[in-house]
Design a protein around this ligand. Structure first.
Ligand SMILES: Cc1cc2nc3c(=O)[nH]c(=O)nc-3n(C[C@H](O)[C@H](O)[C@H](O)COP(=O)(O)OP(=O)(O)OC[C@H]3O[C@@H](n4cnc5c(N)ncnc54)[C@H](O)[C@@H]3O)c2cc1C
Length: 608
């Protein structure tokens, strides 16, 4: 069942705001006493479900009283967490209240004891990476599913079926989208609704964007480069963690020899060696890494399973957001939050969705959407490379292989079970304008199956850019301002519909990329049966950009270079959606860089 959508009218908003206005910018003793902390799950001090439920029911009598905070952040992914940490660390504390200074609302639940952590850190998945595929599949909720063909020719005679020759001859199952055309869909696009967002299961690749991938940026490249440095620190990027791995070294050497001019290198990954490096495990960075010690800051509050429904634009000052309407999904109670500053960082689809549902609809909202094409295959390494491991002259490897053989005399492979996976990339270049990952990792596809040893399998994922076109867009179920949407998604928000077509130039580039991938694959080995070269379902890259792009021209962008929404004094947006460029490289690091610039702007506003 969808959670029923709520939109409030101008008149209702006025009522709610009457209360709020008397409190704006004043310190709220109620919040300071900690009662809001009791109501909401707080980072760092998890409470039992019963305690939360009891606290929630106590506070429900108080729904009309707005929650007061300085900064309201929607979304707990890496971008929301970048804003939260940067503001709490860098803003002069005398401008912030001692409780609820930063209030974050997240529609998803907390899924691990460490709030927002990468789920792949569990030993289970480090021992068996393929079992993580199901975690990713379970986490991703598709955005736009066209109606299914419902005809079942073998259905028993008495069973119910939609009436033929009627307007009701299709199933309108909740979550399906009657307005979605299959040919223009990004069918694999999905949202992860969880504390930590997609960073609970991302691949952690953090390459630096090529200059051609930042052409459209309103931020000077030198400034962007220094923001990227800080972003790398926050998410703990390291390119050396896999360097001691036998397979990593072998694959890197093969590629470097075969493609000497392609700048083959280790993927810069958001990952650290496990404290006990001999365990062979690593710690993948998640939103918790980005948040760091902010998690324990008493000025920080997280409300999980709270849907941000609608921003309320001040009726007398259209350039100011006066409040945000939020629903506790566990109790279906609605709350008004009043802040000095609002940051919406809910991913590339849900960020414009919230703006749209708030009747904030600048002409570029949802437009200039780009998504990367993906070519994928898996290979089984050639025998000669396995032999070269067997005959290695490297004494460290010889020793590791000897130890492995002593423990596992029947294993036909000279590769220790704990040898880390290969993590290599061929970066974007002018001559080869795509990003290539030659590695082994879990996605929502590509598990190896029982007939091959995963230690000899290598995945090739090539990401292609798409031309920027204002007609490529996501729009939301048609509503006139102040009216309920005609169709809603599973969470009661206006249903997203994609209108995305790849240009002829995109298709040409995609074909060249596929050709390149097969050349690279053939240098390594033969195709794993079932994983031959293929283009993947559009949207699978999960790297949509542009839907609330930044820019210098308010006619072709939604926000300025600091990610502040045009025409608003207290509203910022964050996420890949702010990237104005066509990219092939993984975008999260760049989005974090833009969020750092946005956070500096927010701090300036708070300190005014
Ligand atoms: C399998 C996989 C692998 C990936 N690998 C990489 C990689 O290697 N490198 C890379 O750069 N990127 C990668 N990505 C993409 C990366 O995860 C995203 O770019 C990144 O998480 C975006 O961060 P974000 O905070 O903007 O959005 P998200 O991580 O999507 O977080 C947004 C949050 O907002 C919440 N939300 C949505 N709507 C509402 C609402 N109405 N109210 C309240 N909360 C709401 C969501 O629940 C979510 O938690 C990968 C993605 C996937 C799925």
């Amino acid at each position: 069942m969808a959670t029923e959508s709520i939109r409030i009218s101008h008149a209702e908003a006025l009522d709610l705001l009457r209360d709020a206005e008397s409190n704006v910018h004043s310190f709220d003793a109620h919040a300071a006493s900690g009662s809001h902390e009791a109501r909401f799950t707080s980072f760092g001090s998890p409470r039992s479900v019963e305690a939360q439920d009891a606290a929630t029911s106590r506070s429900c009598n108080n729904t009309q009283r707005p929650i007061q905070c300085d900064v309201f952040i929607a979304g707990s992914g890496p971008i929301g967490c970048t804003y939260a940490r940067e503001i709490l660390e860098k803003c002069d504390p005398s401008f912030l209240r001692p409780r609820n200074a930063v209030y974050m609302a997240e529609i998803g639940a907390q899924e691990s004891p460490i709030v927002g952590a990468h789920l792949k850190n569990a030993v289970k998945y480090q021992k068996d990476i393929d079992s993580f595929v199901h975690v990713i599949q379970g986490a991703l909720q598709p955005v736009s599913v066209p109606l299914s063909d419902t005809h079942q020719s073998t259905l028993g005679g008495n069973s119910w079926t939609p009436p033929l020759n009627s307007k009701q001859n299709q199933l309108v199952i909740c979550g399906q989208n009657p307005q979605q055309a299959r040919g223009t869909n990004l069918g694999a696009t999905a949202v992860t609704r969880a504390v930590g967002g997609m960073a609970t299961h991302w691949t952690c690749a953090c390459p630096t964007p090529h200059s051609e991938e930042t052409n459209e940026s309103p931020v000077d490249r030198n400034e962007l480069d220094s923001l990227l440095v800080r972003a790398r620190e926050l998410v703990k990027v390291d390119s050396t963690v896999f360097d001691e791995s036998i397979r990593h070294t072998i694959v890197k050497d093969i590629l470097t020899d075969s493609f000497p001019n392609r700048n083959v290198r280790s993927i810069p990954l958001a990952v650290q060696r496990h404290a006990k490096s001999s365990s062979g495990f690593v710690t993948w960075s998640g939103s918790n890494t980005v948040l760091g010690e902010t998690v324990n800051d008493p000025r920080f509050t997280l409300a999980s399973e709270h849907r941000v429904t609608q921003l309320i634009v001040h009726p007398s000052f259209p350039g100011a957001v006066a409040g945000v309407l939020m629903r506790d999904l566990k109790t279906n109670s609605d709350y008004l939050v009043n802040a000095r500053v609002y940051i919406i960082a809910c991913g590339a689809v849900c960020t414009p969705q919230i703006l749209y549902n708030s009747d904030i609809r600048p002409p570029s909202l949802g437009r200039y959407l780009t998504e990367q094409s993906m070519a994928f295959c898996q290979i089984v390494l050639s025998k000669k490379y396995i032999k070269s491991i067997e005959n290695t002259t490297n004494p460290i490897w010889q020793n590791l292989i000897k130890q492995h053989r002593a423990k596992h005399p029947l294993d036909p492979l000279p590769i220790p079970f704990r040898d880390l996976d290969p993590q290599i990339m061929i970066p974007y270049s002018g001559a080869f304008p795509w990003h290539a990952q030659i590695h082994r990792d879990a996605f929502s596809y590509g598990d190896v199956g029982p007939r091959s040893d995963p230690r000899v399998v290598v995945d090739l994922r090539f990401f292609g850019k798409g031309d920027i076109n204002s007609e490529n867009r996501v729009d939301f179920s048609n509503t006139e301002p102040n009216k309920r949407p005609e169709h809603t998604d599973l969470y009661g928000m206006p249903q997203a519909t994609f209108h995305v077509v790849r240009s002829d130039a995109d298709r040409d580039r995609d074909q060249k990329m596929m050709n390149d991938m097969t050349t690279v694959a053939n240098s390594l080995g033969g195709y794993l049966p079932g994983s031959e070269p293929q283009f993947m379902e559009p949207g699978l890259a999960m790297h949509i950009t542009g839907t609330t792009r930044i820019g210098n021209d308010r006619n072709t962008s939604v926000a300025n270079a600091c990610s502040k929404v045009w025409g608003f004094s207290n509203l910022w947006v964050g996420g890949n959606n702010v990237i104005p460029d066509s990219t092939a490289s993984n975008p999260t690091l760049t989005s974090m860089a833009y969020a750092l610039k946005g956070a500096a702007d927010v701090i300036q506003c708070l300190q005014c």
